[in-house]
Design a protein around this ligand. Structure first.
Ligand SMILES: Nc1ncnc2c1ncn2[C@@H]1O[C@H](COP(=O)(O)OP(=O)(O)OP(=O)(O)O)[C@@H](O)[C@H]1O
Length: 225
């Protein structure tokens, strides 16, 4: 479902005389439906960079990335938008939302974008917000003023509200208490059970051991400076 083949990445540092920093070469991995793979490796090894390339935010400088039937490397922006709408979900570490949009709408939005009717989208958003323990009195408020843990749970609700066939998770259990951490681990296990291909960064080793089937060490793709 997710296939990374021989990927290279260079950064051009325009603010530093155009110096070119090669950070990755020969990066290859694949994630099958129903599998959860953890990206591991030292700080600076390139875990986030690889996730951003798969998400289509960073361009690749060599090799190919495919998610389902879409070649992400070299895709047009509209193809990336369509991929994110239906096929590839992403739970980032931090919630980025338009100010003043109520939490229920923030969570329902991916379903509305898929053309699901408003009543059903709101019902599913309410269900998952309840599951991640966001009290109903907060649903009509913008999450911009929520605590770090609450924002992360809104982010998780948004990332699991649609059953994306492929999912990228960036530290999904960071800053959560024990109960909410357990909820997130169940959501991941359920996504796997329905066939989602999941790639994640988990500094939480116990979480990784519980939900991940394999680890890929990004250090082996890093290029020494
Ligand atoms: N936008 C950028 N411009 C220049 N260099 C970058 C950029 N993004 C990442 N890098 C460099 O690429 C390398 C890999 O960084 P990356 O953030 O992917 O590592 P990581 O494994 O996710 O680290 P951490 O565990 O600390 O988050 C680092 O040397 C970093 O400085």
């Amino acid at each position: 479902m997710i296939a990374v083949q021989d990927v290279e990445k260079r950064f051009t540092l325009h603010t530093q005389g155009g110096a070119v920093l090669q950070v990755m070469a020969g990066a290859s991995l694949s994630v099958a439906p129903g599998e959860c793979v953890a990206l591991i490796g030292a700080s600076g090894a390139g875990k986030s960079t690889l996730m951003r390339m798969i998400w289509g935010n960073y361009r690749t400088d060599g090799g190919t990335i495919r998610v389902g039937s879409v070649a992400v490397s070299g895709a047009e922006p509209r193809e990336i938008i369509a991929l994110r709408r239906a096929t590839l979900g992403y739970v980032s570490q931090f919630l980025r939302v338009v100010p003043r949009v109520p939490t229920l709408e923030v969570v329902a939005e991916p379903l509305l974008a898929l053309g699901i009717d408003e009543a059903e989208a709101r019902e599913r958003a309410a269900e998952i917000l309840t599951r991640v323990n966001i009290p109903e009195r907060l649903w009509s408020l913008s999450p911009t003023t929520f605590s770090g843990g609450e924002q992360q749970r809104v982010n998780i609700a948004r990332g699991f509200v649609h059953h994306w066939p492929a999912l990228l998770l960036d530290e999904p259990t960071a800053s959560l208490d024990g109960g909410n951490r357990a909820v997130v681990l169940s959501l991941i296990a359920e996504a796997k059970a329905r066939g989602a291909a999941i790639l994640g960064i988990f500094h939480d080793e116990a979480a990784r051991a519980q939900v991940c089937d394999r680890e890929v060490d990004v250090t082996s793709f890093a290029v020494a400076p």
